[in-house]
Design a protein around this ligand. Structure first.
Ligand code: H2B
Length: 95
């Protein structure tokens, strides 16, 4: 699970995650909500998913904006877990 993805694997996974961008060996996406309460509710759902996967985001929140950065510290790069968590996060905003 925490085996570093190859460049080709990263590109293939990113193609299925519109909105996520590769930056400095991590994938990033920003989210904007109507207000802080909605951003906070979203963060709660992401936190639950992260804990269930034992894979945790780096993130910042300012009022209604949440910036999420995913990478795998243990592998010093990107792994399947980053793409799995990104897909779960996307499902939260789509629903
Ligand atoms: N989250 C992320 N993003 N990368 C990791 O390498 C990682 C993690 N490792 N969450 C996990 C926790 C590890 O420290 C524990 C011991 O499983």
């Amino acid at each position: 699970m925490r085996q570093k993805a190859t460049d080709a694997e990263v590109q293939a996974a990113l193609a299925k995650l519109p909105g996520w961008e590769l930056e400095d060996g991590a994938i990033m996406r920003s989210f904007e909500f109507a207000d802080f309460k909605q951003a906070w509710a979203f963060m709660g759902r992401v936190a639950e998913a992260a804990e269930a996967l034992d894979h945790h985001p780096e993130w910042t929140n300012v009022y209604n904006k949440v910036l999420i950065r995913l990478s795998t510290h243990d592998a010093d790069g990107l792994t399947r877990l980053d793409f799995e968590l990104a897909a779960k996060i996307d499902a939260f905003v789509a629903s």
